[in-house]
Design a protein around this ligand. Structure first.
Ligand SMILES: NC(=O)c1ccc[n+]([C@@H]2O[C@H](COP(=O)([O-])OP(=O)(O)OC[C@H]3O[C@@H](n4cnc5c(N)ncnc54)[C@H](OP(=O)(O)O)[C@@H]3O)[C@@H](O)[C@H]2O)c1
Length: 268
């Protein structure tokens, strides 16, 4: 049986829908007790006692981000240790593209990749590109002006839908993809200037310190500003463009145009 964790998340929801559409038998887990509708298992990486994978052959391990590195690493350790105990055959992990090595959340992903490789479990690592939806949301214009410090570097972002499509290809035949690490950036790259043109906005890049001062006014958790700033920094330095991707080889239809997906998120 295939178990997808993180079931209330946006990527997990798309993966579950696509898996069912392709006839895979899946179960879905979630850490949110409130969303346990009888159809989802309780899988909270913060509570190892909820992680019973004894009937699971393939675990689709959605990274449980949005926390300090030590918290995320502990969560992923709990999930992989539970998979080891239950003798799960294969773990598919949603990691981060290699072009994201300088991002604030890269460390926990790289730690998890290494932990999986040491586990002795069959594994496939999906190094997902930055979501086009995320870049669009971070570039939302105000009064017709995008004023985020993305600089002028191109970004190879990717639609969540395409990442879900690739994930289900792996879940359909996990053994065939065992030991593989796939780079899943988008097939096209574009700049925030391109996005501004697409949505009829103006792009007036802020400096990093101007943005950092803005973030200080918001009710963010302590780990959030450095993570957000690392996206802007990496973009401005031109590090978020990828020369190659394995995406097209793994998806069942043509990729979505990531600029369109980002534009939709930017004007939502
Ligand atoms: N590539 C990118 O651009 C990018 C951007 C942002 C995040 N990410 C990473 O990709 C993951 C999926 O993205 P998304 O857009 O679907 O995120 P999302 O909609 O914000 O959902 C957050 C995910 O984290 C899971 N989660 C939170 N706490 C958990 C816990 N204690 N135990 C187990 N799972 C937990 C949630 O599942 P339940 O609440 O159902 O358990 C859910 O799947 C994120 O969690 C993050 O690690 C990637």
């Amino acid at each position: 049986m295939i178990l997808i964790t993180g079931g209330s998340g946006q990527l997990a929801t798309l993966v579950a829908t696509e898996a069912r559409a392709r006839g895979l038998e899946i179960a879905v887990g979630s850490h949110r007790a409130a969303s346990l509708d009888g159809k989802r298992r309780h899988t909270d990486f913060d509570s190892p006692e909820t992680l019973d994978f004894s009937d699971v052959e393939t675990l689709f391990l959605i990274s449980a981000g949005y926390a300090e590195d030590d918290v995320v690493i502990r969560r992923h350790e709990n999930a992989i240790a539970a998979a080891e105990r239950a003798k799960v055959k294969h773990v598919v992990y949603t990691s981060l593209t290699g072009t994201g090595d300088h991002l604030g959340f890269a460390l926990a992903h790289r730690w998890t990749e290494q932990r999986l490789k040491r586990s002795g479990i069959g594994f496939t690592i999906l190094r997902n590109g930055l979501y086009a939806e995320l870049i669009g949301a971070l570039a939302k214009p105000e009064n017709g002006v995008i004023s985020a410090p993305f600089g002028h570097g191109a970004i190879s972002s990717v639609a969540r839908r395409d990442l879900a499509d690739a994930a289900v290809t792996i879940l359909s035949e996990p053994a065939r993809h065992s030991g593989r690490t796939y780079e899943l950036s988008g097939t096209e790259s574009w700049t925030i200037n391109d996005l501004a043109r697409r949505i009829g906005a103006e792009y007036q890049p802020l400096t990093l310190s101007e943005k950092r001062l803005q973030l200080r006014q918001l009710p963010l958790l302590p780990f959030q500003p450095p993570m957000l700033m690392s996206i802007f920094s990496a973009s401005a330095a031109g590090f978020l463009q990828s020369a190659t991707t394995d995406l097209t080889a793994l998806i069942s239809s043509a990729p979505l145009t990531s600029l369109d997906v980002a534009a939709k998120a930017a004007v939502a």
